[in-house]
Every structure is written in structure tokens, then in C-alpha cells.
Design a protein around this ligand. Sequence first.
Ligand SMILES: [Zn+2]
Length: 590
Amino acid sequence: MEVRYTVRPESPLEHRGRFSIELNGVSTPSVDLVLPSWVPGSYLIRNYSRGFRDFSARREPDGSPLRVEPADKARWRVHTDGATRIRIDYSVYGHELITEGFDLTEEHLFLNGGLCFPYVDGELRTPATVTLDVPPSWTVVTELEPAGTTPPCFHARDYDELVDTPIDIGRPIVLTVQPAGIPHRICLCGEGGNYETATLERDVTNIVDASVALLGDSPLDRYTFFVHLTDKRDGGLEHLSSTSIVVERGCFRPEESYRRFLSTVAHEYLHLYNVKRIRPKALMPFDYTRENYTRLLWWMEGTTDYFTDLVLRRAGILTPVQFLEERAKLVKQYLETPGRNRLSLEDLSLVTWVDYYLPFEETPNQSVSYYLKGDLVSMCLDLEIRHRSESRSSLEAVLRLLWKEHGRTGVGVEEDGILPAVHRATGLDLSSFFDRYIRGTEEVDLAAFVRYAGLSLAPRQKRADDGDAAEPGDLGVAVEDAGGLARVRHSFVGRPAHAAGLTPGDEIVALNGSKVTYSTLDKLLEQYPSGTPVDLTVFRRGFLRRISLVTGRRPPWKYVFTPMPAPTETAKKVYESWLGEKWTPAPESD
Ligand SMILES: [Zn+2]
């Protein structure tokens, strides 16, 4: 069957695009057109079909109408009545500038195929063409293969490629860099943006160079970073040979914010290897109609996050001290999550569809992000390998082996495939490590692992010379601003408020009789240091009540990595191979 999609951004002011699908070679009494309920990389059922309207079908070439009816929420059935050539028309509302969005405005059309192009059931492997019937003054940027210029037309070898290759049409600023001799476009879409062109080009080049060096080679002959500048950050979504990043337009300064942007760039770029090509077998082929389960997302996301920081270090964007400071922030976040050992990393991966992607008030008590824990456990695994192999091997060798055996060959990774790959790459048996920290829920002794690199890891409370000496007492809640009121968003297991029965949704209005607002709660708690009995007055479901508790000690202000005074030679070597600098007992990392 021949499948041709056409896009017409007819009513940008109404954010509604007109689409058509021409099918040639139809031989069945009916044809089902199915829209994905999720797209790869974003593991949530999202019901993209809600913006679809005006479905109609006709026989070609005479144009006589054919009956078309919805068969489920994202499936339209066309009764072909013997026709072999059919044209289907529909319109889609798109006004959401997020990484996997469909956004049509006067300025641009940003399109992810999974949100706009229903596939013909049974024809997922069939090639397709996409014609973009757009104003000639608009530039088209996509990594789809060009198949014609007036109007612009592109070719996708199958539906997976179509879904995984976004298209941006408008007036972007396109920068081109050539790291590793491969053209990489940075397509900046949207007004404003406080980036500095030369700095951005240099840093992206260094990130790509460091990534290609880490993996050994590149499967691509071109790549595009779509960077959408808007008023709020959405993050990034990886694609086969591009990535879509949505950021706040002022994110390129100050340095810390810019580093966060570069971290997204590196993370998404590494995905072109890890997850896009080193891919769980359980996600092969994609079933776009329902949840696709894998236990490997901890590796696909958490380990990618770990390698992201390593790439930023290798690219010279993070100094060793900054690298360790970033690690220390993760440690704090991780150790303050009471639910970090409730599910194994493998189970967290599996339940992501109702867990990571659907966080709610109880999430921190019963779960932890597999990005966060996967990152830290990957660091520990790396340090364990470097220690036991006396720096002859590392997790980098494991990634390279997976790239060689799975990425380059297209063979999916089995659900239990990482452990044997570690063994093949390093010669070490890490089954106990996997049983305890990846398949199991044993507390990870982070300090013990970083000692392998000659570092100690310790908590630190705020000191007088850090300014703001008074340490407020701890309630153990996260509050949100509810029209000025301090409303409890999370009440953390093991801390005073949880034990006293303060509950998500409670609005704290007074503390020992003094009025509390969202902005004054923390300051007020300075008067009640750890160990002070206090009375809280809260509105619970609109009714006033009092709760008594004793304030606790706040979790450590921060964690710090410090070089040990007399590390072994093995530890010094681990430090040097890991951080890429000579062992020098530097001051502590803060
Ligand atoms: Zn990712």
C-alpha cells in the first residue's frame, strides 16, 4: 500500500491544521486508521486524539464519499466499498509547546508525527511520504529524508521513523556545527533567548565530541537539536536523529542555569545511542495502542543521566569539583526521599506508567525517580568496576559493549541483559550488586562506594559562616503556595508532621497562634528550633483543627565529597580514571 500524508496549516490563528492521507492499493472492505496513545520516550497514555475533528473519507479519483466511523477513542474505520484509492481528510487542534507536542501558531508549526498522523492498522512497516503545504517563506527543518522541494516533501521508511522524526516549520535560527566531522544543526525556534551563539556552538560541539569519544563512533551522518524557546521549561525528548528541547528563553544565563540546559543537550544526545539504538527488546516493536512494559528504564534513563555528567566532565563543561557538587545535590535529593527503597529499580521501570509519569501526594513516600536512583546506582556500579578491575575497566566499557552488540546490530536488549553484558565487558561477576541494588531494595551505602575513589561523603549542616545561622525546626512537609496559604503538598514518612497526622491538602494558617502564610512559614520556624513543641492550626477540607507536634532536625543542608587524607594507590587511580585529573588532595567540594 502507498501512504501519503499532507499537512496544511490553514488556520494558525485557530491552531487547527488540516491533514489528509491518501492510500493507494487498498484491497480490504475496511481500513482502520489508528492514532498512537503514547510516543516512545514518554511513558504515559495521553489520548492525543482529543484534538481530532472533521474526519471524512472519499473514493479517488471520483471523490464519492465513503462511510467513516470511530471504532474506539483513537481508531477510525473507513468502509472502502471496493475502492482501491482513498483519501481521508481531518483536522487537528494543536496548541501545546511541549517536547512531544503539536503546536500551530502564526510563527511556526511544530509537529510530532505520533500526534497528527494516524497509521493504517497492519501497515506499520510501510514507507510513507509527508508533503508540507506551507507558505514558501517558512523554513522546514526535519531529519526526514527529502523527497521533493515544491512543495517540500519527505520520506519515512516506516511509521516508527515518522513518529520519531519531528518537523519544525517557521522562521528558526539554524546554527550548524561539525563535531566529529558530522553536521549538527541547532535549530532555535521562538523569540528571544539570551544565548551567545559562539559559546553555544562551542559547548554543543564539545558535548558531541565527548559523546562520540565515549561510544567510539557515530551511527549518523547528520543530527538536529530542536531548541524551542518559550516561557517555561518542559525538558527534552529523544528521537532517532534529533531531539526536541523546550526551555525557558532566559535559561542560557546564569552559568548554573546554562549548565542545566547543556545537561539536557548531553542527556538527549546520549539517547541516540542508549534507548534509541541500545533498545529494550520488550519495546520491539512498539505497540502504540497501550502501555509497553520494560524493566530496563533505570538503565535507559538513570544510567544515561550518569553518563551525561561524565560527558559534561569529559567535555570540560564541569570541573572535577563541579562534577562532585552535582553528584552531591543528587545524593541530598535521594536521601531525602523516604520511598527510595520501596521498589527495586527494575520494578520502578515497569510501573513508570502510573508512577514516575503520574506523581501525586504520596509519591515521595512510596517511590523514587529511576532517573535519580538509576544515576547514583550506576555511579556506584562504575566505581565498583573501576575498583575491582584496578581501573582497567569501567561502566564506559559496558556501554561500549552494548553499543557494539545491540546498538549497531539492532538486536534488542533482553530484560535481564545488562548483568551478562557487564560480565562480558569487564570479566567481573556483579550479580550480587544487581541482586541488592537493581533487582533488590537494599539501602545503597553511597559513602562506601565513593571511598573506592579516595573520597569521603558526609552530610553538613549549615554553619554560622554560611550566613543565616539560625536553623529552623523541621516539620517534614513540602508546602505549596495556595493563594498565599501554605498548603501541604507532601508529608514525609519518618518526620514530625507525618507522625502527628498533618496530611496533604492541609492549609497551615497558624503556628503557636501566629499567622502563617506560604512566604512566612519558614522564617517563623526559626523561632522553634529542633525539639520545640508547637501547635499548628490548619484547615482540613475547609474545617479548622489543631495539631501538636515537636519540631525535628532538618535534613542535612548539603552533602560534600572530600578527598581522604591517605587513600590507597588503587583509589588514587580510580579517582584519576573517573574524574580525568591527577589525584591532588584538593579542598572539599563546596
Ligand atoms: Zn531521557
